[in-house]
Design a protein around this ligand. Structure first.
Ligand code: GCU
Length: 604
């Protein structure tokens, strides 16, 4: 590396290093804090060669020479400026860029966003820019100063801007790059569209100097107490804090230590009359947390989940998970990333109509509106990080990235009653390196959250013709025998369902995390013809019959609720860039197989 290169890369590192260190967990319930939304119309510059960040030798430039400087071409025509946000086009935030501009349909690279906004910062308050999510690598600057960098397309993050925020107009500039990487999480190959951009909401959050950064309030395993912890952030970490559930006449007061943290466990009043959260009665309670100047109000449901042999127990009662898999795509012909409460209400409404009490939010953490809507609508949730297919198992940076996304997924959602399963992977080819990688993630998950089940979507094996089982060593680390199987589609035809026998080497609850096949809505023909509605109905009939013969079956999440975009699905006239395994078309049209599954679910 030449001297000059060394200087440049050191500058880049010096600028970003403070942000690369273990960032504090995301502000809990950021959407419920004081502040202002920064959603809306942003200026956007498409920069496929990252000319706004690197010099011609691809070395990072000084911030003042990058697009973060927000120079204005017309300000001084004697100066050479080759970009100008004031003259640039626009993109809506939240939203992927692929479905906003025809030219960006396949685009993978960098787009620069700029949002001008007014603020009146108050003394004694702190300010953060909170992103619900942006895919894939984000660097942000406020008023020309870098405020942070984040990697990962599906988790929330925030950058403190107390120093940079000024009274009057502020310029927030965000570089988002959705290029895929061999050592990324996910890696370069997936069966979903690589939607890029600030795909979820952005807001300026205002909190007191010492504020409640994070908390957990949950039911104890014996369902007799409320327990948890509260974490302060600020220069007065030792304070008297309180947590209250007014409707249950339950309250606790505690003092945080020098680390800003206080834990608690307090029995529920004898006649509290608590309604345990469940699909039939998704009762959420107002929980009020207070610490000095800060007060946070959240809606939390109280439940326990556990296993006993091959049974899943919700609040100590056996439950069968009547599920469906879902991608984080908004309903409607344009598809694209989902981000609103309305998108969530429509999608979960379809799942409810199907007769579901459970959804697998594949293959990455969905937007927060989705999990909060699941709390309110009574839909149990499997939540997953995108450790998908051929990850770089022996790359320490890849593991650090995966573990960081796991921590961020759990940090955002550890108070969501609907979530019962954390999944660390999907369909990952078995190897010693992969087993070690996933074993570490499972251990980390249990350490972060001992109250939920931990699993992964493994793959079934056929040890001899018709003898189906699971041999994946990962099953000895997970709470569930959860695996994808496509008998009738990738594996033989629908009649094969009648010929197979399932056995398992251990007794744990069995979840079929994927099953199904493709059909284009309205395409009819011979029952043996692929992609016809008739084929899909028969495939579901045969799979449902087969599932009823699977020992220890505790649930399933057929693939998938809605047709979704994928670059792998190029069959013109039938797929047209859509994976057609949905029971509902991207336009919301219900295929005949929707009713086949619905009939089974409604028979429970
Ligand atoms: C796999 C994978 C899914 C994919 C599906 C399919 O099981 O987990 O992400 O979309 O198969 O082939 O349609």
């Amino acid at each position: 590396m030449s001297n000059k290169q060394f200087i440049f890369s050191s500058i880049a590192l010096a600028v970003l290093l403070p942000f690369l260190a273990g960032a504090a967990p995301v502000i809990q319930h950021a959407c419920g804090r004081a502040g202002q939304s920064l959603d809306g119309t942003w200026r956007a510059i498409v920069d496929p060669y990252e000319n706004g960040y690197y010099n011609y030798r691809m070395q990072p430039m000084r911030t003042g020479d990058t697009f973060f400087a927000d120079r204005h071409f017309y300000a001084d025509p004697t100066k050479l400026v080759e970009y100008d946000f004031d003259a640039a086009g626009t993109l809506e935030v939240p939203g992927d860029w692929n479905t906003q501009r025809e030219k960006l349909y396949y685009y993978e690279g960098t787009v620069w966003y700029r949002r001008l906004f007014d603020a009146q910062p108050k003394p004694g308050c702190r300010y953060f820019i909170h992103f619900d999510g942006a895919n894939y690598e984000t660097i942000a600057a406020l008023n020309g100063e870098i405020i942070g960098k984040h990697t990962g397309g599906f988790t929330a993050f925030d950058f403190e801007v107390t120093k940079q925020l000024r009274a009057g107009q502020n310029s927030l500039i965000v570089k988002v790059d959705n290029k895929r990487h061999e050592n990324g999480v996910p890696t370069i190959n997936t069966d979903w569209w690589n939607y890029g951009g600030i795909t979820r909401s952005v807001r300026l959050v205002e909190v007191p100097e010492t504020f409640i950064r994070d908390y957990v309030v949950r039911l104890s395993a014996d369902r007799k107490s409320v327990e948890g912890w509260i974490q302060l952030d600020g220069n007065a970490p030792e304070q008297q804090v309180s947590v209250e559930i007014p409707e249950l006449n339950w309250r606790v007061s505690a003092r945080t230590g020098a680390d800003g943290r206080a834990s608690f466990i307090v029995p529920l009043p004898r006649k509290s009359g608590i309604r345990l959260w469940c699909p039939e009665d998704p009762k959420c309670y107002e929980v009020v947390l207070a610490a000095g100047q800060d007060r946070v109000s959240d809606r939390i449901g109280f439940k326990t989940v556990s296993t006993s042999g091959s049974k899943i127990l919700l609040n100590g009662q056996e439950i069968f998970l009547r599920g469906i898999s879902i991608h984080d795509e908004r309903p409607g012909a344009a598809a694209g990333r989902a981000f609103s409460a309305e998108h969530a209400r429509t999608t979960l409404g379809w799942a409810k109509e199907l007769g579901c009490n459970f959804v697998r939010l594949a293959h990455y953490p969905h937007n927060e509106e989705m999990v909060r809507m699941a709390d309110e609508m009574g839909m149990l949730v499997w939540s997953e990080i995108p450790v998908y297919w051929t990850i770089a198992w022996d790359d320490p940076d890849t593991y650090a990235n995966a573990e960081n996304q796991l921590c961020e997924m759990i940090a955002r959602d550890h108070n969501r009653a609907s979530i019962i399963i954390w999944s660390v992977a999907n369909e990952t080819p078995r190897s010693p390196e992969r087993l070690a990688f996933l074993g570490r993630l499972i251990d980390k998950t249990r350490a972060l959250d001992p109250t939920r089940l931990v699993s992964a979507a493994m793959e079934k094996d056929e040890t001899s013709p018709g003898q189906l089982t699971l041999v994946d060593e990962l099953m000895y680390k997970t709470d569930l025998l959860s695996f994808n199987q496509y008998v009738g589609w990738y594996d033989g035809d629908a009649d094969k369902c009648d010929r197979v026998v399932w056995t398992f080497p251990v007794e744990k609850p069995v979840i079929l995390s994927e099953l199904g096949g493709g059909a284009k809505y309205g395409r009819h023909g011979n029952v043996n013809e692929r992609f016809t509605e008739e084929y899909l109905v028969r495939l579901y009939e045969k799979n449902i019959s087969m599932m009823q013969r699977i020992p220890g079956l505790a649930g399933c999440t057929p693939w998938i609720l809605k047709d979704f975009r994928s670059p792998r699905r190029a069959l013109e006239g039938i797929q047209d860039d859509f994976n057609r395994k949905g029971l509902v078309s991207e336009k919301g049209e219900k295929k005949d197989a929707f009713y086949t599954l619905q009939n089974w679910y409604l028979s429970f």
